[in-house]
Design a protein around this ligand. Structure first.
Ligand SMILES: [Zn+2]
Length: 270
């Protein structure tokens, strides 16, 4: 049973775009967008937030403007060039002056302590994370596909909170958005072998399933185990827990055979 205490996500289906709002402290806005409430067509319908995926760029710009209008109080959306690694980039005022340059920076986690900056990570099956400092000093958005997970991108982001902002892990809450689930994410045995070598998964079970139909990896379970092993308190980890491949209201790279849009995980300090 989902209750408000351990499920701080509410679906806003009427906004443009539709999104899961994350209940966070007043100083923040945070959410995960979905497919509906946009102007893109065909496989990108409707609220594709990603450039460079084959969609009309004018439509993407309009969809991004819509989320800025929906959220309010932010003039631009800051993204980066996601490369399935573990590099973190700290966003400051200079990035606001030239968001196009920041969009070319290779990273898979963006952090900021500056009010007025809306950070975004794009996904279509990979696991998006929003990390919030309860004392309102800083936040992060993280892109964790299986390659990023293997390289510990989320743990790297937690370390960056401490290094750049002196925010200890005990003050951080992690919110995991829609991603491909263990119901659908078929992988080869070599992927499981790579994860079996990770120290944080030693003695942990239930993070993959194997039956006649194949082997399926549970990204969310791996991510949670990894963060708890790094020291995150279990009560500070929350997950939307919706499979992108099972639900047509999400873009899914695998289900849609690579021709699809991207949803946006966004967070900002007001
Ligand atoms: Zn599924």
């Amino acid at each position: 049973m989902r209750n408000k205490l351990n499920y701080p996500f509410s679906l806003d289906n009427q906004s443009r775009p539709a999104y899961f709002r994350v209940a966070v402290a007043e100083a923040f806005v945070a959410g995960f967008t979905l497919r509906s409430g946009g102007i893109s067509c065909g496989p990108f319908a409707a609220a594709n937030m990603g450039y460079g995926v084959g969609d009309n760029e004018t439509a993407v710009t309009e969809n991004r403007r819509n989320i800025l209008n929906t959220v309010g109080r932010f003039s631009s959306l800051i993204t980066c060039r996601q490369v399935h690694g573990n590099r973190c980039h700290v966003v400051g005022r200079r990035d606001l002056d030239n968001p196009e340059a920041t969009a070319l920076i290779e990273a898979d986690a963006l952090l900021t302590a500056e009010p007025g900056i809306l950070l975004g990570i794009l996904t279509a099956d990979c696991l998006p994370l929003i990390m919030i400092d309860k004392n309102a000093r800083a936040l992060a958005v993280v892109h964790a596909g299986w390659r990023g997970l293997e390289q510990g991108v989320a743990v790297a982001a937690l370390a960056e909170f401490e290094r750049s902002f002196a925010v200890p892990m005990a003050d951080i809450s992690v919110y995991a958005g829609p991603a491909i689930g263990a119901c659908c994410f078929t992988v080869g045995g070599e992927v499981i072998e790579r994860f079996q070598r990770l120290p944080e998964l030693q003695g942990v079970s239930g993070w993959y399933r194997e039956d006649d139909s194949g082997i399926r990896l549970d990204l969310l379970a791996v991510q949670k185990s990894q963060l708890l092993a790094a020291g995150l308190a279990p009560e500070n980890f929350y997950a939307v827990d919706i499979c992108t491949s099972c639900h047509e209201f999400c873009f899914s790279y695998r289900r849609d055979r690579a021709i699809t849009g991207r949803q946006l995980a966004f967070a900002g300090i007001v």
